[in-house]
Design a protein. Structure first.
Ligand code: FAD
Length: 312
């Protein structure tokens, strides 16, 4: 079928995955398309934006066995003959997408951050050559157009609620993938920087003094994030990295402390109304994007601001 499109919903991020519907809104005439959402999720987790919701029955293997998951989704794709399959670039999605693409003998454009159309062609856009160019990729011969997309790069407005038809998807048990689970430990739940209203972000200019950002973040009800420099130097965890190889964030206020503003970092900043940067070099690229630039030492700024807040 030329008009059936499926978005895979990652069970850890069902709502964010559903936002990828913006891709369909941007790239297709939505009235001509039949939209499917599918995943190992619960009905209540999925906004009523799709024509169909295919629910896969709960199964432990959906948490760790990407080969088994790809086999199940292959059956679904072949049965429904989707013309386009979109998978979120989550930890699971990044394993699942290439496995499914191989099974469907399709090309895969990974990690797209935008989409355009040109003369009826879909142009899937993603950073290339370390973010120096934005590549526009088109799928030439594949029967199915497959892409994985960065969460946070797309946000469906959800104005149109649909009468979504929900049904369980019954599949034939694929042959064993060879992966066995020996044990299980739940990961500790940590807050996600993508949900923060205010982000205090530390970079190379903060260096080993990174921990000094936390008291200020507590006072401002903010969260701490980092550039890759801080992550690579072991000062911050990868889960709080902003940028091309980290997360795309959209807080109301972004305070960039000792961050240069490389292209790869800026790629992680989306629709931020207010940016303050503190840098000893007022010509650093991040300063030209900022509403307020403070020229000086990042930690001196943090200390003085904290003192001021405590006084008031
Ligand atoms: C494929 C690829 C993916 C990448 N992905 C990411 C990504 O997701 N996120 C990311 O951030 N980077 C990413 N990078 C790395 C990126 O290119 C930069 O190297 C990185 O962003 C630099 O981090 P920074 O600005 O914190 O540090 P630096 O480049 O070291 O800049 C430090 C800044 O702090 C200022 N400064 C120095 N001392 C002080 C002080 N005492 N007080 C105040 N300011 C001071 C300096 O003037 C400078 O502007 C990626 C690179 C590649 C190749």
């Amino acid at each position: 079928m030329k008009n059936k499109i499926m978005i895979y919903l990652d069970q850890e991020y069902p709502n964010e995955s559903a936002q990828l519907l913006e891709i369909i809104e941007k790239a297709y005439n939505k009235n001509e398309m039949i939209t499917y959402a599918a995943g190992w999720v619960e009905e209540k987790q999925v906004p009523c934006w799709f024509d169909h919701l295919l629910l896969l029955p709960p199964d432990e293997r959906s948490r760790y066995d990407a080969r088994w998951m790809a086999s199940v989704l292959e059956q679904m794709c072949r049965e429904h003959e989707f013309c386009c399959v979109i998978i979120p670039s989550t930890w699971t999605g990044r394993m699942l997408a290439p496995l499914l693409a191989v099974k469907l003998e399709s090309g895969l454009t990974a990690d797209i951050t935008d989409i355009e159309t040109l003369d009826d062609k879909l142009l899937m856009i993603r950073p290339a050559f370390s973010g120096k160019v934005m590549a526009k990729i088109t799928s030439k011969d594949s029967q199915v157009i497959m892409m994985s997309a960065r969460l946070g790069a797309f946000s469906y407005t959800g104005l149109q609620q649909k009468k979504m038809q929900t049904e369980p998807y019954l599949f034939q048990e694929p042959i064993r993938s060879g992966i066995r689970q020996l044990g299980r430990e739940d990961k500790k739940q940590t807050a996600d920087i993508r949900e923060a209203e205010v982000l205090i972000s530390g970079g190379g200019g903060v260096g080993r003094r990174f921990d000094q950002l936390y008291p200020l973040s507590k006072r401002l009800n903010a969260m701490v994030s980092a550039s890759r420099k801080s992550v690579d130097s072991g000062m911050a965890s990868r889960s709080i990295q902003v940028g091309q190889s980290g997360k795309i964030v959209s807080p109301q206020l972004y305070i960039a402390l000792g961050i240069y503003g490389s292209m790869q970092h800026i790629e992680g900043l989306k629709d931020i109304p207010y940016i303050i940067s503190v840098n000893i070099n007022k010509n650093a690229p991040i300063c030209s994007l900022s509403d307020i630039v403070v020229e000086g030492d990042a930690i001196e700024f943090v200390t003085k601001l904290l003192e001021r807040i405590k006084k008031e």
